[in-house]
Design a protein around this ligand. Structure first.
Ligand code: HEC
Length: 102
């Protein structure tokens, strides 16, 4: 309960402290937040992870792979449940984020 209150407080503070940032900035931050779920295995910002680096990969290629993974109902792949956990829009934001990392 405390944790949740703290999180909401931090989010509210974030909004209050960044009144001059445009919409694009928030979208970019949201994309990084979503992509951070992939950092554990693919490395922070998609670099130097235990598995394939995603930084700088083609957005469409990445999206196609993720959508293929999503269509599988189950399987031995680690990626199937991960890909299935996001909406199309979220996957689009994630692929966009990684494709723009150097
Ligand atoms: C628990 C570890 C783990 C996490 C978290 C994870 N992945 Fe993966 N990912 C893998 C592994 C392992 C592979 C290799 C293929 C396989 O086993 O499915 C892979 C493969 C991929 C590939 C194909 C790479 C290629 O070049 O063929 C893409 C794209 C990908 N992951 C994207 C993501 C995205 C986006 C996220 C976050 C939403 C994510 N992964 C989260 C472990 C992970």
């Amino acid at each position: 309960m405390f944790k949740r209150t703290w999180l909401l407080g931090a989010m509210a503070a974030g909004w209050l402290l960044t009144p001059t940032l445009g919409q694009a900035q928030f979208v970019a931050n949201d994309a990084r937040l979503l992509a951070s779920g992939c950092f554990q295995c693919h490395g922070t910002n998609g670099k130097s992870g235990a598995f394939d680096a995603l930084a700088g990969d083609g957005k469409l290629d990445m999206l196609n792979k993720l959508n293929d993974m999503r269509k599988k109902s189950a399987g031995s792949s680690i990626m199937v449940p991960h890909a299935r956990g996001y909406t199309s829009e979220q996957l689009n934001m994630i692929a966009d984020y990684f494709s723009k990392q150097k």
